[in-house]
Write a protein that binds this ligand. Structure first.
Ligand SMILES: [Fe+2]
Length: 274
């Protein structure tokens, strides 16, 4: 029997005071406890980087993360945390990634790429292709929540085929954002277009850092192995900067196995300190 690793949440606004996520240390610690109780062992802390709105940088996020690790230790909360950002689309992404101003996920080649919610930018496909060509892997965040996605579903297919991983939000599948987004999520799941599910947690109530309910729904729909691939194996490959385990494709049931068996808690709490 396969050992049960915890979930790895690659998208969560757990750090406080940097964006519209947690607003206080108390909320951040309570969110961390909630994630841990829900079965998550590692959270990538991904504040928004949105020029002119949330002007976060890698060094600012890193400082907040280091301080928060100490807060977690002081509160005896055994959740591992690592670095990331929720990077809004901007023309100068590549130079800023290269300069280290924009962080990738846990120092890997993967980073969260957030397209505009209400307008499909004309050159997004070219920008994504150029980022891939430069050796980065942009992960498209919550395509199911973009208002233009139904009209451009073919673009999502093309991007996926091109090698852009798709990250669905757990709350979309559980119906937190309404029936339309839930149905779109189910369509993407059934079409084999979902690589990763993350919480995109912002708080304790409307957008909690929870994955287990979505995991159960995906396991019922696509099988346990694929649910695990979306919330454990592919996220662990991202953190390890490895290739993503393949998707089974539409309505297939290919088994996904393995992953990092050692706990991430030890890896990040010991490896990244200091
Ligand atoms: Fe986000």
């Amino acid at each position: 029997m396969q050992q049960e690793n915890g979930f790895i949440d690659i998208h969560c606004h757990l750090l406080f005071g940097l964006d519209d996520g947690s607003g206080s240390i108390e909320t951040s610690l309570a969110m961390a406890r909630m994630a841990l109780a829900d079965g998550t062992e590692l959270v990538l802390c991904t504040p928004h980087i949105t020029p002119g709105i949330y002007d976060n940088t890698a060094s600012r996020i890193d400082a907040a993360l280091s301080a928060f690790r100490q807060d977690l230790d002081a509160a005896s909360i055994g959740l591992a945390v690592a670095m990331g950002a929720d990077v809004h689309m901007a023309p100068d992404l590549l130079p800023k990634l290269r300069a280290g101003e924009i962080p990738t996920l846990a120092g890997s080649r993967y980073f969260l790429f957030e397209p505009p919610h209400h307008v499909l930018p004309p050159r997004m496909e070219q920008l994504l292709a150029s980022l891939l060509e430069a050796g980065y892997v942009p992960i498209l965040t919550h395509p199911e929540r973009l208002s233009w996605v139904e009209q451009h579903y073919d673009l999502i297919r093309r991007l996926s085929a091109m090698g852009i991983p798709m990250q669905l939000t757990a709350g979309s599948i559980t119906g937190r954002f309404g029936p339309r987004i839930r149905q779109l999520s189910e369509r993407m799941l059934d079409d084999g277009l979902v690589d990763i599910i993350a919480s995109d947690g912002h708080n304790l109530t409307s957008r909690p850092p929870s994955l287990s309910a979505a995991h159960a729904l995906v396991a019922a729909r696509l099988g346990q192995a694929e649910a695990d691939a979306m919330m454990r194996l592919r996220p662990s490959a991202i953190v390890a900067n490895a290739d993503l385990p393949a998707r089974p494709g539409p309505s297939s049931d290919a088994p996904q196995k393995q992953g990092r068996q050692a706990g991430w808690a030890g890896w990040f709490r010991r490896g990244e300190k200091g």
